[in-house]
Design a protein around this ligand. Structure first.
Ligand code: SF4
Ligand code: SF4
Length: 412
C-alpha cells in the first residue's frame, strides 16, 4: 500500500503533528513517512533506516489515523509506522516503559480489580523513576475509579455493548451512559467486556502481537454477534474494529466491521429532541479528538448533542497532545508539549465554567488537567442527562429491535 503513495500531501493537512513548527523537515510529516516507506520498498532506502534520527522523526506519529481519513488511497500510515517500530525494536530493543505499556490491558484489569492498590502504585511512578523507565518525568497516570459500571446485560440481547478495559476500570460512567441510552430505545444490550481493543499495541509497534490478539478479538466478537450490531463505548474500539483490523486481518475483520457502530448513530435514528436547544444554559464546546476525526464521528456527535438541547457553541479541533499512551513516553514528550501549547492557544477563548465534550477517554483525562475550570464530559453522558431532564425522547420507535446499517467509513 505504501508503494501507491502519490505524494499529494492531503495527509499532512489532517495530521496533528505535521503542522508543528518543529516538523519543518519533510521526514517529520505524514507525507514524509509515506515517502520513506515507499523509498524502502523501491530499493532506494536511506543508508541506515533504523538510525536514531530516523526513529526520532518517526516519533511524530501517534498512530491516530487522521491521515488515512484524508488520503485518497487510505494508505495505513499508522500500521506502517507500527511495523517500523517493531522492526527497529527487534534490532535495538525497547525501553522499560514500552515493555510495561505492552501489558496495559493487564494493568487496566488490575486497576479494575484493586483500584486503591493500582492508584498507589501508579502514583509512585514519577520523577526520576519515571524517567529511568522511559516515561516522561512529570508523568501522571489516570486514576482508577473505585466502582465498576452499573450495567446489566441480557443473554441473547438485541444488540451487543462492547466495553473496553480502560473505561471499565477508569470511567464507569461512560459505559453506563451508553447502556442507559440503549435501554431508553427499548433495546436489551448484551454486555461484552471488559475487552481490549489493541490501540496501544498499534501505537507501540507490537504488530505481531496485535495480529494475534486482534484475530482472537475479531473471532470472539463474530461468534458473539451472530449478525447483531455491536455498539462500542470507546472511539479506539471503533477505530481498531472498523479501520485497522480489516486492513491487518482481512475478510473476517472486514465483515465484522460493518456491524460495529457508535451510540450516536442510533440516537439520531431513534430519538428526538424537545426542540428548545440549550435549555440547561450550559455553554458546550466540542473537542473533536483525533480518533473521532479518523472515525468521522464528529458530525453525528454534534448533531446528537444539538438535538438533545446541547448545541456546541464552538469546536476545539487541535490535538490535546496526549495521543493515548504516546504522550506518556519520554521520546514523545517534547512533541506532546508542543501540541499542548498550540491546543491551549485555541482553548484560551473558552470561558470558565464551560462544558467541554470529548469522545476520547485519553483526551478527557488530558483536558481535565489542561482546563481545570471546565467540566469535561463524555458526549453520551450529556445525552443521558438529556434523557433524564426530558429534553431527549428515545421512546418513539423503541418497539423494534432492528438496528439500522452502520454509517461512516469502514476499512477497505
Ligand atoms: S495523502 Fe496518501 S497518497 Fe497523498 S501523500 Fe499522504 S499517504 Fe501519500
Ligand atoms: S497516524 Fe496521526 S500522527 Fe501518524 S501520520 Fe497519520 S495523522 Fe499523523
Amino acid at each position: 500500500m505504501a508503494e501507491l503513495c502519490m505524494r499529494c500531501g492531503f495527509c499532512n493537512a489532517a495530521c496533528p503533528t505535521s503542522s508543528l513548527p518543529s516538523a519543518y523537515l519533510e521526514s517529520r510529516t505524514s507525507r514524509g513517512r509515506a515517502v520513506f516507506f515507499r523509498g524502502l520498498l523501491s530499493g532506494r532506502p536511506p543508508e541506515d533506516p533504523l538510525a536514531e534520527e530516523v526513529a526520532a522523526d518517526m516519533e511524530y506519529c501517534m498512530s491516530c489515523g487522521r491521515c488515512m481519513n484524508a488520503c485518497p488511497l487510505e494508505i495505513p500510515i499508522p500500521l506502517l509506522v507500527g511495523a517500523y517500530r517493531e522492526a527497529r525494536a527487534r534490532e535495538k530493543g525497547r525501553s522499560a516503559a514500552e515493555r510495561l505499556l505492552r501489558g496495559y490491558d493487564a494493568l487496566d484489569r488490575f486497576a479494575g480489580a484493586v483500584p486503591k492498590l493500582y492508584n498507589a502504585a501508579a502514583g509512585s511512578v514519577r520523577g526520576t523513576i519515571a524517567k529511568a523507565l522511559g516515561f516522561r518525568e512529570d508523568l501522571e497516570l489516570p486514576r482508577a475509579s473505585d466502582r465498576r459500571p452499573r450495567i446489566r446485560g441480557w443473554r441473547d440481547g438485541d444488540v451487543l455493548l462492547l466495553v473496553d478495559t480502560y473505561t471499565w476500570a477508569h470511567e464507569p460512567g461512560a459505559p453506563e451512559a451508553v447502556w442507559r441510552l440503549l435501554i431508553a430505545m427499548g433495546l436489551r444490550p448484551e454486555v461484552l467486556g471488559p475487552l481490549d481493543h489493541g490501540m496501544v499495541l498499534l501505537d507501540l509497534g507490537y504488530i505481531s502481537r496485535l495480529r494475534e490478539e486482534g484475530a482472537e478479538l475479531v473471532e470472539r466478537l463474530s461468534r458473539a454477534a451472530r449478525g447483531r450490531k455491536i455498539v462500542v463505548v470507546s472511539p479506539a474500539s471503533y477505530y481498531m474494529l472498523r479501520r485497522i483490523y480489516p486492513i491487518l486481518l482481512g475478510d473476517g475483520a472486514r465483515r465484522l466491521s460493518a456491524d460495529v457502530l457508535d451510540v450516536y448513530e442510533l440516537v439520531l435514528e431513534r430519538c428526538r429532541g424537545r426542540g428548545d436547544g440549550g435549555r440547561n444554559g450550559a455553554r458546550i464546546t466540542y473537542h473533536e479528538s483525533c480518533l473521532s476525526r479518523s472515525n468521522s464521528q464528529g458530525d453525528r456527535i454534534r448533531k446528537a448533542l444539538g438535538m438533545a438541547g446541547y448545541p456546541a457553541e464552538g469546536t476545539l479541533t487541535r490535538c490535546c497532545g496526549l495521543g493515548g499512551a504516546w504522550g506518556l513516553r519520554r521520546n514523545g514528550a517534547r512533541i506532546s508539549d508542543e501540541l499542548v501549547r498550540k491546543f491551549l492557544e485555541e482553548a484560551a477563548a473558552i470561558p470558565d465554567g464551560s462544558v467541554v465534550a470529548s469522545e476520547s477517554e485519553a483526551c478527557r483525562f488530558q483536558l481535565r488537567r489542561l482546563l481545570p475550570r471546565a467540566e469535561v464530559i463524555y458526549p453520551a453522558d450529556l445525552l443521558r442527562r438529556a434523557l433524564e431532564d426530558g429534553s431527549l425522547d428515545c421512546s418513539g420507535r423503541s418497539g423494534s429491535a432492528a438496528i439500522p446499517p452502520s454509517a461512516g467509513k469502514t476499512g477497505t
